[in-house]
Design a protein around this ligand. Structure first.
Ligand code: ZN
Length: 91
């Protein structure tokens, strides 16, 4: 067995299987045209074995999670999930 590492979707926690069509997302700084503007970009990349081990790359299990990742990026500038939206409907 060449690789014993496994990848987990950064959005939903699904474990990658060989047959899955996964994507990668890279966030980073981009040219800052105007002061005060967000200098971040969101890059969606086809799965790539070499780049998938880059610690700066996020892994998503499909277009559904890629869309969620984009929504998170647009609202918070990060892909880290905010747990707040899960609980707001209670009560
Ligand atoms: Zn997922």
């Amino acid at each position: 067995m060449a690789w014993d590492e496994s990848f987990i979707c950064n959005i939903c926690g699904t474990v990658k299987l060989e047959s899955n069509h996964w994507w990668m997302i890279a966030l980073g700084n981009v040219f800052c045209f105007e002061e005060g503007q967000p200098s971040r970009h969101f890059t969606l990349l086809p799965w790539n074995e070499e780049e998938s081990r880059n610690p700066d790359v996020y892994h998503v299990c499909g277009e559904g999670c890629a869309t969620k990742a984009l929504e998170r990026f647009m609202s918070s500038g990060t892909l880290e999930g905010s747990r707040a939206d899960i609980r707001t409907t209670a009560g």
